[in-house]
Design a protein around this ligand. Structure first.
Ligand code: GDP
Ligand code: IMO
Ligand code: MG
Length: 440
Protein backbone atom coordinates (compact mmCIF):
# COMPACT_ATOMS: atom_id res chain seq x y z
CA UNK A 1 0.00 0.00 0.00
CA UNK A 2 1.49 3.29 -1.11
CA UNK A 3 -0.03 6.59 -0.03
CA UNK A 4 0.63 10.13 -1.24
CA UNK A 5 0.17 13.11 1.08
CA UNK A 6 -0.42 16.36 -0.80
CA UNK A 7 -0.86 19.98 0.25
CA UNK A 8 -4.30 21.16 -0.88
CA UNK A 9 -3.89 24.93 -0.43
CA UNK A 10 -0.77 27.18 -0.55
CA UNK A 11 1.43 25.12 1.75
CA UNK A 12 1.93 24.77 5.51
CA UNK A 13 -1.30 22.83 5.91
CA UNK A 14 0.29 20.47 8.45
CA UNK A 15 1.66 17.82 6.07
CA UNK A 16 4.52 17.14 8.50
CA UNK A 17 2.11 16.28 11.31
CA UNK A 18 0.07 13.90 9.13
CA UNK A 19 3.18 12.21 7.68
CA UNK A 20 4.60 11.77 11.18
CA UNK A 21 1.32 10.29 12.37
CA UNK A 22 1.22 7.80 9.48
CA UNK A 23 4.93 6.95 9.32
CA UNK A 24 4.79 4.03 11.81
CA UNK A 25 2.51 2.20 9.35
CA UNK A 26 4.89 2.50 6.39
CA UNK A 27 8.37 1.14 5.68
CA UNK A 28 9.63 4.04 3.59
CA UNK A 29 8.90 7.76 3.60
CA UNK A 30 9.96 9.64 0.48
CA UNK A 31 10.03 13.25 -0.62
CA UNK A 32 9.59 13.66 -4.37
CA UNK A 33 9.76 17.37 -5.22
CA UNK A 34 10.76 20.75 -3.87
CA UNK A 35 13.76 21.30 -1.69
CA UNK A 36 14.55 22.98 1.60
CA UNK A 37 11.96 25.64 0.82
CA UNK A 38 9.69 23.22 2.71
CA UNK A 39 9.31 23.45 6.47
CA UNK A 40 7.45 20.48 7.90
CA UNK A 41 6.82 20.62 11.63
CA UNK A 42 6.62 17.52 13.76
CA UNK A 43 5.84 17.74 17.47
CA UNK A 44 6.79 14.77 19.58
CA UNK A 45 5.73 14.67 23.21
CA UNK A 46 8.25 12.83 25.35
CA UNK A 47 8.42 12.81 29.16
CA UNK A 48 5.77 15.52 29.31
CA UNK A 49 7.77 17.87 27.08
CA UNK A 50 6.99 18.87 23.48
CA UNK A 51 9.95 18.37 21.18
CA UNK A 52 9.64 20.33 17.94
CA UNK A 53 11.40 19.22 14.78
CA UNK A 54 11.21 21.21 11.56
CA UNK A 55 12.20 19.08 8.56
CA UNK A 56 13.20 20.84 5.36
CA UNK A 57 14.75 18.31 3.02
CA UNK A 58 14.72 15.09 4.97
CA UNK A 59 11.34 13.28 5.06
CA UNK A 60 9.28 13.71 8.21
CA UNK A 61 9.57 9.97 8.94
CA UNK A 62 13.18 10.34 10.10
CA UNK A 63 12.35 10.55 13.79
CA UNK A 64 10.89 7.02 13.63
CA UNK A 65 13.59 4.40 14.17
CA UNK A 66 13.65 1.66 11.54
CA UNK A 67 12.07 3.69 8.75
CA UNK A 68 13.95 4.39 5.54
CA UNK A 69 13.77 7.98 4.34
CA UNK A 70 14.32 8.76 0.68
CA UNK A 71 15.04 12.06 -1.04
CA UNK A 72 13.67 11.31 -4.50
CA UNK A 73 14.96 12.27 -7.94
CA UNK A 74 12.47 15.15 -8.27
CA UNK A 75 13.85 16.96 -5.21
CA UNK A 76 16.48 19.70 -5.54
CA UNK A 77 19.20 19.16 -2.96
CA UNK A 78 21.41 21.83 -1.49
CA UNK A 79 24.36 19.84 -0.09
CA UNK A 80 24.97 22.48 2.59
CA UNK A 81 21.34 22.36 3.72
CA UNK A 82 21.30 18.56 3.72
CA UNK A 83 24.48 18.33 5.78
CA UNK A 84 23.22 20.96 8.23
CA UNK A 85 19.94 19.09 8.65
CA UNK A 86 21.70 15.77 9.21
CA UNK A 87 23.95 17.41 11.82
CA UNK A 88 21.05 19.07 13.57
CA UNK A 89 19.06 15.84 13.79
CA UNK A 90 22.08 13.88 15.04
CA UNK A 91 22.71 16.60 17.61
CA UNK A 92 19.19 16.00 18.90
CA UNK A 93 19.68 12.28 19.22
CA UNK A 94 18.06 11.16 15.95
CA UNK A 95 19.91 8.41 14.14
CA UNK A 96 20.75 9.43 10.56
CA UNK A 97 23.04 7.18 8.53
CA UNK A 98 23.42 5.81 5.01
CA UNK A 99 20.96 3.01 5.81
CA UNK A 100 18.02 5.19 6.83
CA UNK A 101 18.65 8.20 4.59
CA UNK A 102 19.00 7.66 0.85
CA UNK A 103 19.21 10.40 -1.77
CA UNK A 104 18.62 9.86 -5.46
CA UNK A 105 21.63 10.14 -7.75
CA UNK A 106 19.22 11.80 -10.20
CA UNK A 107 18.24 14.61 -7.79
CA UNK A 108 19.55 17.97 -9.00
CA UNK A 109 21.85 20.03 -6.81
CA UNK A 110 21.21 23.53 -5.53
CA UNK A 111 24.58 25.27 -5.54
CA UNK A 112 25.55 28.62 -3.97
CA UNK A 113 25.14 30.46 -7.28
CA UNK A 114 21.50 29.32 -7.44
CA UNK A 115 20.87 31.01 -4.12
CA UNK A 116 22.62 34.19 -5.29
CA UNK A 117 20.58 34.10 -8.52
CA UNK A 118 17.33 33.62 -6.59
CA UNK A 119 18.10 36.83 -4.65
CA UNK A 120 19.17 38.79 -7.73
CA UNK A 121 16.14 37.70 -9.80
CA UNK A 122 13.70 38.49 -6.98
CA UNK A 123 15.30 41.94 -6.51
CA UNK A 124 14.97 42.62 -10.24
CA UNK A 125 11.23 41.83 -10.15
CA UNK A 126 10.51 44.74 -7.80
CA UNK A 127 6.81 44.91 -6.95
CA UNK A 128 6.13 41.68 -8.86
CA UNK A 129 8.46 39.58 -6.72
CA UNK A 130 7.23 36.03 -6.07
CA UNK A 131 8.40 36.25 -2.45
CA UNK A 132 10.48 33.09 -2.75
CA UNK A 133 12.17 31.44 0.20
CA UNK A 134 15.53 32.55 -1.33
CA UNK A 135 16.77 28.98 -1.20
CA UNK A 136 17.77 28.82 -4.88
CA UNK A 137 14.86 26.54 -5.78
CA UNK A 138 13.75 28.25 -9.02
CA UNK A 139 17.25 28.70 -10.51
CA UNK A 140 18.16 25.07 -9.71
CA UNK A 141 15.02 23.76 -11.47
CA UNK A 142 15.79 26.15 -14.37
CA UNK A 143 19.20 24.49 -14.80
CA UNK A 144 17.57 21.06 -14.61
CA UNK A 145 15.11 21.91 -17.40
CA UNK A 146 17.86 23.58 -19.44
CA UNK A 147 19.76 20.27 -19.21
CA UNK A 148 22.84 21.79 -17.66
CA UNK A 149 22.31 21.02 -13.95
CA UNK A 150 24.59 19.03 -11.69
CA UNK A 151 23.05 16.06 -9.95
CA UNK A 152 23.67 14.32 -6.64
CA UNK A 153 25.23 11.49 -8.65
CA UNK A 154 28.00 13.91 -9.62
CA UNK A 155 29.03 13.91 -5.95
CA UNK A 156 29.94 10.24 -6.30
CA UNK A 157 32.46 11.06 -9.02
CA UNK A 158 35.02 13.41 -7.42
CA UNK A 159 37.30 13.09 -10.46
CA UNK A 160 35.02 15.12 -12.71
CA UNK A 161 33.12 17.21 -10.15
CA UNK A 162 35.61 20.08 -9.87
CA UNK A 163 35.52 20.74 -13.61
CA UNK A 164 31.72 20.60 -13.79
CA UNK A 165 31.33 22.89 -10.77
CA UNK A 166 33.83 25.42 -12.08
CA UNK A 167 32.23 25.46 -15.56
CA UNK A 168 28.69 25.98 -14.27
CA UNK A 169 29.74 28.52 -11.62
CA UNK A 170 31.55 30.65 -14.20
CA UNK A 171 28.46 30.70 -16.44
CA UNK A 172 26.25 31.56 -13.48
CA UNK A 173 28.63 34.31 -12.37
CA UNK A 174 28.26 36.01 -15.74
CA UNK A 175 24.50 36.06 -15.33
CA UNK A 176 24.80 37.17 -11.71
CA UNK A 177 27.00 40.11 -12.64
CA UNK A 178 24.52 41.12 -15.35
CA UNK A 179 21.76 41.15 -12.75
CA UNK A 180 23.83 43.28 -10.40
CA UNK A 181 24.59 40.42 -7.98
CA UNK A 182 27.90 39.44 -6.42
CA UNK A 183 29.71 36.63 -8.26
CA UNK A 184 30.46 33.59 -6.11
CA UNK A 185 33.94 32.33 -5.24
CA UNK A 186 34.59 29.47 -7.70
CA UNK A 187 37.67 28.16 -5.86
CA UNK A 188 35.79 27.95 -2.59
CA UNK A 189 32.94 26.10 -4.35
CA UNK A 190 35.32 23.50 -5.79
CA UNK A 191 36.86 23.01 -2.34
CA UNK A 192 33.42 22.62 -0.75
CA UNK A 193 32.50 20.14 -3.49
CA UNK A 194 35.26 17.78 -2.35
CA UNK A 195 33.91 17.81 1.18
CA UNK A 196 30.33 17.18 0.00
CA UNK A 197 31.57 14.16 -1.96
CA UNK A 198 33.14 12.65 1.13
CA UNK A 199 30.19 13.29 3.42
CA UNK A 200 27.24 12.68 1.13
CA UNK A 201 28.36 9.99 -1.34
CA UNK A 202 27.42 7.11 1.02
CA UNK A 203 23.78 8.26 0.97
CA UNK A 204 23.53 8.61 -2.81
CA UNK A 205 21.99 5.67 -4.66
CA UNK A 206 19.57 4.90 -7.47
CA UNK A 207 16.40 5.44 -5.44
CA UNK A 208 14.18 4.71 -8.47
CA UNK A 209 15.25 1.07 -8.51
CA UNK A 210 15.24 0.97 -4.72
CA UNK A 211 11.64 2.23 -4.43
CA UNK A 212 10.28 0.00 -7.21
CA UNK A 213 12.06 -3.09 -5.92
CA UNK A 214 11.01 -2.63 -2.31
CA UNK A 215 7.42 -1.85 -3.32
CA UNK A 216 7.29 -5.08 -5.32
CA UNK A 217 8.58 -6.91 -2.25
CA UNK A 218 5.46 -5.66 -0.46
CA UNK A 219 6.95 -2.74 1.47
CA UNK A 220 4.69 0.28 1.96
CA UNK A 221 5.74 3.73 0.76
CA UNK A 222 4.50 7.02 2.14
CA UNK A 223 5.03 9.83 -0.39
CA UNK A 224 5.48 13.18 1.35
CA UNK A 225 4.50 16.15 -0.77
CA UNK A 226 6.04 19.54 -0.15
CA UNK A 227 4.43 22.89 -1.00
CA UNK A 228 0.93 22.44 -2.35
CA UNK A 229 -1.51 22.29 -5.24
CA UNK A 230 -1.88 26.08 -5.50
CA UNK A 231 1.92 26.44 -5.59
CA UNK A 232 2.28 23.82 -8.35
CA UNK A 233 4.19 25.14 -11.36
CA UNK A 234 1.40 23.97 -13.73
CA UNK A 235 -1.75 24.07 -11.63
CA UNK A 236 -1.07 26.84 -9.13
CA UNK A 237 -1.43 30.62 -9.27
CA UNK A 238 1.34 31.07 -11.84
CA UNK A 239 3.72 32.92 -11.71
CA UNK A 240 3.27 33.08 -7.92
CA UNK A 241 4.17 29.42 -7.49
CA UNK A 242 7.16 27.24 -6.75
CA UNK A 243 9.16 25.59 -9.54
CA UNK A 244 8.06 21.97 -9.17
CA UNK A 245 4.95 19.83 -9.58
CA UNK A 246 3.71 19.71 -6.04
CA UNK A 247 0.43 18.06 -7.04
CA UNK A 248 0.16 14.28 -7.29
CA UNK A 249 1.71 13.96 -10.77
CA UNK A 250 4.99 15.06 -9.21
CA UNK A 251 4.91 11.99 -6.98
CA UNK A 252 5.33 9.73 -10.01
CA UNK A 253 7.94 11.74 -11.87
CA UNK A 254 9.73 12.74 -8.68
CA UNK A 255 9.96 9.29 -7.12
CA UNK A 256 10.18 7.28 -10.33
CA UNK A 257 7.15 5.14 -9.58
CA UNK A 258 4.17 4.60 -11.89
CA UNK A 259 0.67 6.03 -11.17
CA UNK A 260 -0.61 2.47 -10.76
CA UNK A 261 1.56 2.16 -7.67
CA UNK A 262 -0.11 5.03 -5.83
CA UNK A 263 -3.01 3.36 -4.09
CA UNK A 264 -4.39 6.34 -2.25
CA UNK A 265 -3.99 10.11 -2.18
CA UNK A 266 -4.84 12.25 0.83
CA UNK A 267 -4.86 16.05 0.71
CA UNK A 268 -4.01 18.11 3.78
CA UNK A 269 -6.09 21.24 4.23
CA UNK A 270 -6.43 23.81 7.01
CA UNK A 271 -9.79 24.79 8.46
CA UNK A 272 -8.93 28.26 7.11
CA UNK A 273 -6.34 29.37 4.53
CA UNK A 274 -2.81 30.75 4.67
CA UNK A 275 -0.25 31.77 2.12
CA UNK A 276 3.28 33.08 2.44
CA UNK A 277 4.86 35.19 -0.30
CA UNK A 278 3.17 37.12 -3.10
CA UNK A 279 0.23 36.25 -5.31
CA UNK A 280 -3.57 36.24 -5.32
CA UNK A 281 -5.49 35.09 -2.25
CA UNK A 282 -9.23 35.79 -2.64
CA UNK A 283 -10.27 35.04 0.95
CA UNK A 284 -7.41 36.97 2.59
CA UNK A 285 -8.30 38.90 5.74
CA UNK A 286 -6.24 42.07 6.09
CA UNK A 287 -7.87 42.99 9.37
CA UNK A 288 -8.02 42.14 13.07
CA UNK A 289 -9.62 38.79 12.27
CA UNK A 290 -6.70 37.91 10.00
CA UNK A 291 -4.31 38.90 12.78
CA UNK A 292 -6.29 36.73 15.22
CA UNK A 293 -5.87 33.70 12.93
CA UNK A 294 -2.14 34.44 12.59
CA UNK A 295 -1.65 34.72 16.33
CA UNK A 296 -3.85 31.81 17.42
CA UNK A 297 -2.57 29.59 14.61
CA UNK A 298 1.10 30.51 15.09
CA UNK A 299 1.13 31.41 11.41
CA UNK A 300 4.77 32.25 10.90
CA UNK A 301 6.86 30.44 8.28
CA UNK A 302 8.56 27.27 9.54
CA UNK A 303 11.45 27.91 7.12
CA UNK A 304 11.74 31.68 6.91
CA UNK A 305 9.84 32.96 9.96
CA UNK A 306 7.81 35.27 7.69
CA UNK A 307 4.28 36.09 8.90
CA UNK A 308 1.81 34.07 6.85
CA UNK A 309 -1.14 35.77 5.19
CA UNK A 310 -4.41 34.43 6.57
CA UNK A 311 -8.01 34.11 5.40
CA UNK A 312 -11.18 32.03 5.33
CA UNK A 313 -11.51 28.48 4.00
CA UNK A 314 -11.84 28.53 0.22
CA UNK A 315 -13.99 25.69 -1.10
CA UNK A 316 -13.28 26.65 -4.73
CA UNK A 317 -9.64 25.78 -4.09
CA UNK A 318 -10.53 22.68 -2.08
CA UNK A 319 -12.64 21.32 -4.95
CA UNK A 320 -9.87 22.12 -7.42
CA UNK A 321 -7.30 20.27 -5.27
CA UNK A 322 -9.62 17.27 -5.00
CA UNK A 323 -10.00 17.27 -8.80
CA UNK A 324 -6.37 17.85 -9.82
CA UNK A 325 -5.00 15.27 -7.38
CA UNK A 326 -7.91 12.84 -7.40
CA UNK A 327 -7.91 13.04 -3.62
CA UNK A 328 -9.53 10.03 -1.98
CA UNK A 329 -9.80 11.88 1.30
CA UNK A 330 -8.72 15.01 3.13
CA UNK A 331 -6.98 15.65 6.43
CA UNK A 332 -8.46 18.78 8.02
CA UNK A 333 -6.01 20.57 10.31
CA UNK A 334 -6.03 23.41 12.82
CA UNK A 335 -9.74 23.25 13.60
CA UNK A 336 -8.88 24.41 17.14
CA UNK A 337 -7.62 27.75 15.80
CA UNK A 338 -11.24 28.74 15.02
CA UNK A 339 -12.49 27.97 18.55
CA UNK A 340 -12.96 31.57 19.71
CA UNK A 341 -14.74 32.96 16.65
CA UNK A 342 -18.41 33.89 16.86
CA UNK A 343 -18.87 33.70 13.09
CA UNK A 344 -17.02 31.69 10.46
CA UNK A 345 -17.14 32.19 6.71
CA UNK A 346 -16.65 29.70 3.92
CA UNK A 347 -15.97 30.85 0.37
CA UNK A 348 -18.24 28.84 -1.93
CA UNK A 349 -17.65 30.68 -5.22
CA UNK A 350 -15.94 33.74 -6.71
CA UNK A 351 -17.48 36.78 -8.33
CA UNK A 352 -15.30 38.02 -11.19
CA UNK A 353 -16.44 40.97 -13.31
CA UNK A 354 -19.89 40.62 -11.78
CA UNK A 355 -20.19 36.96 -12.77
CA UNK A 356 -20.32 34.14 -10.25
CA UNK A 357 -17.96 31.23 -10.99
CA UNK A 358 -16.86 28.23 -9.01
CA UNK A 359 -13.64 27.53 -10.92
CA UNK A 360 -10.04 28.59 -10.26
CA UNK A 361 -9.18 31.06 -13.05
CA UNK A 362 -5.94 30.36 -14.90
CA UNK A 363 -4.85 33.99 -14.72
CA UNK A 364 -3.36 35.35 -11.49
CA UNK A 365 -4.71 38.85 -12.16
CA UNK A 366 -8.22 37.51 -12.60
CA UNK A 367 -7.84 35.48 -9.44
CA UNK A 368 -6.64 38.61 -7.62
CA UNK A 369 -9.81 40.41 -8.73
CA UNK A 370 -12.07 37.60 -7.50
CA UNK A 371 -14.51 38.60 -4.78
CA UNK A 372 -15.35 35.67 -2.56
CA UNK A 373 -18.99 34.63 -2.24
CA UNK A 374 -19.40 33.61 1.38
CA UNK A 375 -21.63 31.33 3.36
CA UNK A 376 -21.61 32.25 7.06
CA UNK A 377 -22.02 29.87 9.94
CA UNK A 378 -22.09 30.45 13.69
CA UNK A 379 -18.89 29.66 15.56
CA UNK A 380 -18.88 27.07 18.35
CA UNK A 381 -16.91 29.19 20.85
CA UNK A 382 -15.79 26.17 22.84
CA UNK A 383 -12.39 24.58 23.14
CA UNK A 384 -11.75 21.75 20.70
CA UNK A 385 -8.00 21.45 21.38
CA UNK A 386 -6.94 17.85 21.71
CA UNK A 387 -10.38 16.32 21.03
CA UNK A 388 -9.89 12.91 19.45
CA UNK A 389 -13.50 11.74 18.89
CA UNK A 390 -15.80 13.34 16.34
CA UNK A 391 -18.83 13.00 18.63
CA UNK A 392 -17.01 15.00 21.35
CA UNK A 393 -16.79 18.06 19.08
CA UNK A 394 -19.33 20.85 19.62
CA UNK A 395 -22.32 20.37 17.33
CA UNK A 396 -21.52 23.55 15.39
CA UNK A 397 -17.97 22.37 14.76
CA UNK A 398 -19.38 19.08 13.43
CA UNK A 399 -21.69 21.06 11.18
CA UNK A 400 -18.79 23.17 9.90
CA UNK A 401 -16.71 20.08 9.14
CA UNK A 402 -19.57 18.32 7.37
CA UNK A 403 -20.21 21.39 5.24
CA UNK A 404 -16.52 21.67 4.30
CA UNK A 405 -16.48 18.04 3.26
CA UNK A 406 -19.65 18.44 1.22
CA UNK A 407 -18.30 21.54 -0.56
CA UNK A 408 -14.86 20.02 -1.13
CA UNK A 409 -16.18 16.76 -2.52
CA UNK A 410 -14.08 14.44 -0.36
CA UNK A 411 -14.49 12.89 3.09
CA UNK A 412 -12.19 13.73 6.02
CA UNK A 413 -9.91 10.86 7.03
CA UNK A 414 -8.33 12.97 9.77
CA UNK A 415 -9.40 16.03 11.72
CA UNK A 416 -6.53 17.60 13.59
CA UNK A 417 -7.26 19.53 16.78
CA UNK A 418 -3.70 20.32 17.86
CA UNK A 419 -0.10 19.99 16.77
CA UNK A 420 0.61 16.74 18.63
CA UNK A 421 0.12 13.24 17.27
CA UNK A 422 -2.70 12.29 19.60
CA UNK A 423 -4.63 15.51 19.01
CA UNK A 424 -6.33 13.94 16.02
CA UNK A 425 -9.73 12.51 15.14
CA UNK A 426 -9.28 9.49 12.90
CA UNK A 427 -12.13 8.39 10.63
CA UNK A 428 -11.34 4.69 10.41
CA UNK A 429 -14.20 4.04 8.01
CA UNK A 430 -12.82 6.61 5.55
CA UNK A 431 -9.31 5.17 5.85
CA UNK A 432 -10.64 1.69 5.38
CA UNK A 433 -12.41 2.78 2.16
CA UNK A 434 -9.01 4.11 1.02
CA UNK A 435 -7.56 0.66 1.66
CA UNK A 436 -5.77 1.82 4.80
CA UNK A 437 -6.70 -0.48 7.63
CA UNK A 438 -4.37 1.08 10.10
CA UNK A 439 -4.27 0.42 13.79
CA UNK A 440 -3.93 4.07 14.77
P1 GDP B 1 3.58 21.72 6.54
O1 GDP B 1 4.59 22.53 5.81
O2 GDP B 1 2.38 21.40 5.71
O3 GDP B 1 4.18 20.48 7.16
O4 GDP B 1 3.07 22.62 7.75
P2 GDP B 1 3.98 23.52 8.74
O5 GDP B 1 4.72 22.65 9.66
O6 GDP B 1 4.76 24.52 7.95
O7 GDP B 1 2.86 24.36 9.48
C1 GDP B 1 1.84 23.76 10.21
C2 GDP B 1 1.91 24.29 11.65
O8 GDP B 1 0.70 23.97 12.32
C3 GDP B 1 3.00 23.63 12.48
O9 GDP B 1 3.47 24.56 13.41
C4 GDP B 1 2.27 22.49 13.19
O10 GDP B 1 2.91 22.13 14.41
C5 GDP B 1 0.94 23.13 13.45
N1 GDP B 1 -0.22 22.22 13.47
C6 GDP B 1 -0.47 21.14 12.71
N2 GDP B 1 -1.73 20.66 12.95
C7 GDP B 1 -2.26 21.48 13.88
C8 GDP B 1 -3.54 21.55 14.52
O11 GDP B 1 -4.45 20.77 14.25
N3 GDP B 1 -3.73 22.56 15.41
C9 GDP B 1 -2.77 23.48 15.70
N4 GDP B 1 -3.07 24.44 16.57
N5 GDP B 1 -1.56 23.45 15.12
C10 GDP B 1 -1.31 22.47 14.23
P1 IMO C 1 5.79 23.57 2.79
O1 IMO C 1 6.26 22.26 2.22
C1 IMO C 1 4.46 27.66 1.98
C2 IMO C 1 6.25 29.64 -1.48
C3 IMO C 1 7.14 30.84 -1.24
C4 IMO C 1 6.88 31.64 -2.50
C5 IMO C 1 6.73 30.56 -3.55
C6 IMO C 1 8.01 30.29 -4.36
O2 IMO C 1 6.32 23.88 4.13
O3 IMO C 1 4.30 23.67 2.68
P2 IMO C 1 10.31 29.09 -3.78
O4 IMO C 1 11.33 29.39 -2.72
O5 IMO C 1 9.72 27.73 -3.70
O6 IMO C 1 10.79 29.42 -5.15
O7 IMO C 1 9.12 30.14 -3.48
O8 IMO C 1 6.37 29.37 -2.88
N1 IMO C 1 6.63 28.40 -0.77
C7 IMO C 1 5.97 27.92 0.29
N2 IMO C 1 4.92 28.42 0.97
N3 IMO C 1 4.98 26.45 2.32
C8 IMO C 1 6.01 25.93 1.62
O9 IMO C 1 6.45 24.67 1.82
C9 IMO C 1 6.59 26.69 0.59
N4 IMO C 1 7.61 26.48 -0.27
C10 IMO C 1 7.61 27.54 -1.09
O10 IMO C 1 6.78 31.53 -0.08
O11 IMO C 1 5.65 32.30 -2.40
MG1 MG D 1 5.62 24.33 6.00
Amino acid sequence: MNLAIIGAQWGDEGKGKIVDLLAPHFDIVTRYQGGHNAGHTVIIRRDGIDHKFVLHLIPSGITHPGKICVVGNGVVVDPRALLAEIDELRGRGIEVNHHNLLASNRAHLILPYHVALDRAIEASRGGNAVGTTMRGIGPAYEDKMARRGLRAGDLTDPGTLAEKLAHNAKQANRLLTMLGGEPIDVRQLVEDGERWCELLAPHIVDTTYFLNRTAREGKAILLEGAQATMLDIDHGTYPFVTSSNSSVGGACTGAGIPPSMIDCTIGVIKAYTTRVGGGPFPTELNDALGEHLRTSGGEYGASTGRPRRTGWFDAVIARYAVMVNGLDALALTKLDVLDELDEIKICVAYRINGKEIDLVPYDANQMASAEPVYETISGWQEKTVGISKFEDLPERAQKYINRLSELSGAPFAFISTGAERNETIIAKDVLSRCGLDLVL
